[in-house]
Unconditional design. Structure first.
Length: 162
């Protein structure tokens, strides 16, 4: 079976995920009242913007775009297509995260952690599916940053719950 995705398509999905993440954090920052929470959420939005730029830069790199996703059995393509379908990641921030004006920081943090974990899983799928090492280190760097986001969010959630 030939690959169902090429690198450009996968990177476009990644760009969209980062846009949704940044929009989520910005919307959440508008809702919270605590200045420290607002700053944390705004900082996370800026980090997601940086990831978006990183994926856009990868899309502009002809060496990376020449890669086909290495997937002779088609399993990785099916995995990535499940994410891309909108069943895991929503098509837009409003339908996905339904952040009412009275939402609590606990709900925001819980949703953010889930979103970050899902993006890590997606990016791991991208990395594992790349047929060459080229580009994998860039995806690894983004995975590391997303893990840092999970740590930050988890620590904040623990503090809120205690």
């Amino acid at each position: 079976m030939s690959p169902a995705f090429n690198a450009e398509e996968v990177l476009e999905i990644a760009v969209q995920i980062e846009k949704i993440g940044a929009a989520f954090y910005r919307r959440a920052a508008q809702i919270v009242k605590d200045p420290a929470e607002k700053k944390m959420l705004e900082d996370l939005a800026v980090m997601e913007d940086g990831h978006e730029i990183g994926f856009e830069n990868m899309r502009a790199d002809p060496d990376i775009l020449s890669l086909l996703i290495g997937d002779p059995e088609g399993e990785a393509a099916l995995y990535l297509r499940a994410f891309a379908s909108g069943n895991v990641f929503p098509r837009d921030v409003n339908s996905a995260f339904d952040l009412a004006d009275n939402v609590t920081i606990e709900v925001i943090l819980t949703k953010a952690i889930k979103m970050e974990l899902e993006s890590i899983a997606f990016y791991q799928g991208i990395k594992d599916s790349m047929s060459k090492e080229l580009g994998r280190e860039k995806v690894d760097a983004i995975i590391r940053e997303e893990r840092q986001h999970v740590t930050i969010l988890s620590e904040k959630l623990a503090a809120v719950l205690s």
